[in-house]
Design a protein around this ligand. Structure first.
Ligand code: HEC
Length: 121
């Protein structure tokens, strides 16, 4: 009688712990900041091709939104050398243009321009 109770106890404990294991693990979706913001600028596709091999877009999206063109220019050039991004020279400028207009100091201006272009006058 005593033995049966112990066996049931063990079985219950085993069941409880197996249920805990069966519980779905928390699934973390990538944060939106990990993906480059879509844009019609040619640098968007270049950024997708060249700027995600070593790190996500998170580094870009966490830069101050006041960062001027010169800052992005220096950053992209730094990725090329010394960090070693295999960037073509002619791709640097369009990427910088996309970054400053999407994440940097020229972002608001671009949004305002696109909004006014979309509104019929
Ligand atoms: C060859 C690998 C590599 C590629 C490709 C690359 N990066 Fe980086 N990036 C790095 C490294 C390494 C760091 C520094 C990480 C650290 O400091 O912890 C970095 C950091 C950054 C930062 C943070 C600010 C800073 O100055 O450290 C930004 C912004 C950034 N990268 C943007 C880009 C952009 C835009 C591209 C595409 C043009 C790009 N990266 C492509 C390696 C790369």
């Amino acid at each position: 009688m005593k033995t049966t109770r112990v066996v049931i106890g063990i079985a219950a404990a085993a069941l409880a712990s197996s249920l805990a294991w069966a519980a779905p693990k928390e699934i973390k979706l990538p944060q939106e900041t990990a993906i480059y913001k879509p844009s019609t600028l040619p640098g968007y596709n270049l950024a997708l091709q060249n700027c995600m091999t070593c790190h996500s877009a998170q580094y870009v999206s966490t830069q101050p939104s006041t960062s001027p063109r010169a800052y992005w220019d220096a950053t992209v050039k730094k990725m090329k050398k010394p960090f070693g991004a295999p960037l073509k020279d002619e791709d640097v400028e369009p990427i910088v243009d996309y970054l400053v207009k999407t994440y940097g100091a020229e972002a608001k201006k671009t949004a305002a321009r696109e909004a006014s272009a979309a509104t019929p006058h």
